[in-house]
Design a protein around this ligand. Structure first.
Ligand SMILES: O=C(O)c1ccccc1NCC(=O)[C@H](O)[C@H](O)COP(=O)(O)O
Length: 260
């Protein structure tokens, strides 16, 4: 069983429990549900921003504990101040130590586009994302059949959310592309070995149709890599650990952006 299989097995049970505890009708009554979302597409391509999607990530299956000493509100407001184009907040508790409350806390302190970073298996999570103030959701091709991914993307778009689809290889990309996506992310982390290689992004770049923004995800730690990936047509860059492993992730993000 791969780590992704374990995460999805757990997620399906978790979502079933959440649905019982807080039904969709209640989510739709939350005040943030009716707030108009921000466009990550616009912010990522804005000449005034960096293209960096800066992630709040306490722990991960590949690295264990990354940083348990910082507050999500401090870090994500500092990321925005530093020039990040969007913020990613992991809301998975079991494997990443995140929560829905983390995303809510982040929403409370800035008005940059906010990605709900989780393992979406059910439309409930999209409605929940909208109800906590997310602007953008992640759909992972490796976790979803093409038809299911397309249905979820359509539901997200109907809620006004933008959709980032994540792929790891050519087959996932070719099999899952659909007209409801906004951004296509190439994850440089091999989820079987946890090895990271930006060569994956470079290899897949020309296969991503131009109508989608191209995002490179994971394992980015050097500003020169951003310059290289831009030459391959990438617009956005999702970075977590490189900032979060420092004492002051906001400062690390600022210095990184200044060095691009
Ligand atoms: O990060 C992991 O160990 C991981 C394991 C299994 C599934 C997903 C995982 N990461 C999610 C991500 O996509 C990253 O948090 C994101 O791309 C940032 O990566 P990094 O800059 O390397 O922290």
């Amino acid at each position: 069983m791969t780590i992704l299989d374990k995460i999805i097995e757990h997620k399906i049970k978790e979502v079933a429990t959440r649905k019982e505890y807080l039904p969709i009708s209640k989510l739709e009554q939350r005040p943030l549900f009716d707030i108009a979302p921000l466009s990550a597409k616009a912010w990522v391509t804005s000449p005034n921003r960096s293209g960096i999607i800066a992630e709040f990530k306490r722990k991960s299956p590949s690295k264990g504990l990354i940083n348990g000493n910082v507050k999500v509100s401090d870090v994500t407001s500092a990321y925005v101040e530093a020039g990040a184009s969007a913020i990613s907040v992991l809301t998975d508790e079991e494997f990443f130590g995140g929560s829905v409350d983390d995303l809510l806390a982040s929403r409370g302190v800035h008005r940059a586009p906010l990605l709900r970073k989780d393992f979406v298996v059910d439309e409930y999570q999209l409605i929940e994302a909208k109800s906590i103030g997310a602007d953008l959701v992640l759909l992972i091709a490796a976790c979803l059949e093409p038809k299911k991914l397309k249905e979820l993307a359509m539901t997200a778009k109907n809620l006004g959310l933008e959709v980032l689809m994540e792929v790891h290889n050519e087959d996932e990309l070719k099999g899952h592309l659909n007209e409801h996506l906004d951004l296509v992310g190439v994850n440089n982390r091999n989820l079987k070995t946890f090895e990271v290689s930006v060569e994956t992004s470079k290899r897949l770049s020309s296969l991503i149709p131009n109508e989608f923004l191209k995002i490179s995800e994971s394992g980015i730690s050097d500003p020169s890599t951003i310059r290289e990936l831009k030459d391959f047509g990438f617009d956005g860059f999702l970075i977590g650990e490189n900032f979060m492993k420092t004492e002051d992730p906001g400062k690390a993000c600022k210095e990184f952006i200044e060095a691009i």
